[in-house]
Design a protein around this ligand. Structure first.
Ligand code: 9Z3
Length: 311
């Protein structure tokens, strides 16, 4: 735990982080009264800077599909959602319009005598846009969704801690669904060059340190009564179950969702202290565009209900 505190001290955080922290507190305060469960969904990859004035950084493959899709399903199940995501990764709702170019779907409504032109969506695109817009506006009206952005690993850890602590007054009504792809390695501030690394200095050798494990303080201190789901990503199938069980034994949280890089969109394994349950999409479901997150979230919601009823 001391490691993680040192990490927070050595990093300096932009003002947006404190603004986001305040928004999270307000959001939770509001939902203390509505009585609905609140899910923190993390999504996308963390960026690890190589230079103080960052030109280069290490990133990972995640584009945030798991998080963005899951957030929509939690909303459908009546949860309020804090969506903590890597900026410019996939977002709930707008992801459905990702294939559209904004300026190509709009047209100007004007006539010669009318000085007040307006902009409207071209009729071909109306059904698609309307569908998403209606659901989004409904969610906004109920203040069900708060979107908070992070960029670097440091910002992610800062906001994860801030949101977890903000959620703690909700007790077991809080659910944490940690789908972000978090870097395991980073360069501490004091070992990082201030300025751009020069190629004229020859080949580059990097020495990275292991990122302190945040699940220990999260489960023990920050939000001790919440229902916590972490994700385990592997590429070697023979390690998936053992690594998922190891995470559960180490951190004593409720569920690990194990997934393999290549097959993550059609199968995952849900591991709890007394069960391993594969969640899969059939070929038919895949061809119909069913998203595996619908099944993952249904199972998690069920488990969360049971968890709350036992407390
Ligand atoms: C996951 O395993 C997610 O399911 C994916 C989703 C990142 C694979 P996409 O964004 O991918 O839909 O493209 N997330 C967690 C990965 C992770 O960093 N886990 C850490 C670990 O395995 C601990 S929480 O040690």
């Amino acid at each position: 735990m001391a490691d993680l505190e040192a990490f927070f001290h050595e990093d300096s955080f932009p003002e947006t982080c404190t603004e986001s922290e305040n928004k999270a507190k307000e959001f939770v305060k509001y939902h203390e009264d509505t009585g609905i469960p609140v899910a923190l969904v993390t999504s996308g990859g963390t960026k690890v800077p190589l230079e103080g004035n960052t030109v280069r950084y290490i990133d990972n493959f995640s584009i945030g599909t798991r998080g963005a899709v899951s957030a929509e399903f939690f909303l459908q199940h009546g949860y309020a959602v804090i969506f903590l995501y890597r900026c410019r990764s996939l977002e709930p709702f707008t992801r459905h319009l990702q294939n559209l170019h904004l300026l190509d779907i709009l047209e100007v409504n004007s006539n010669e005598h009318d000085r007040n032109s307006s902009v409207v969506v071209k009729s071909d695109y109306c059904p698609q846009v309307l569908n998403v817009l209606k659901t989004y506006q409904d969610v906004k009206k109920k203040r069900q969704l708060l979107m908070l952005e992070f960029n670097t690993l440091g910002e992610y850890l800062y906001l994860l801690k801030a949101c977890s602590i903000a959620l703690s007054p909700l007790g077991n009504r809080a659910l944490l669904y940690l789908a972000a792809a978090v870097s395991d390695f980073y360069i501490p501030k004091d070992k990082m060059p201030e300025h751009k690394i020069q190629s004229s200095d020859g080949p580059l050798q990097l020495s990275l340190e292991v990122v302190p494990k945040m699940l220990t303080p999260l489960v023990m201190e920050w939000v001790p009564n919440a229902f916590v789901i972490s994700f385990k990503l592997e590429t070697d199938p023979s390690l998936l179950i053992s690594k998922s069980k190891q995470a559960l034994d180490r951190y004593h949280h409720q569920v690990v969702i194990g997934n393999l890089l290549d097959t993550r969109k059609r199968e995952v394994v849900s591991v709890t202290k007394d069960q391993e349950n594969w969640i899969r999409l059939t070929d038919k479901e895949l061809s119909l565009g069913v998203e595996i997150e619908s099944k993952i979230v249904s199972e998690i919601v069920q488990k969360h209900r049971t968890f709350c009823s036992h407390d």
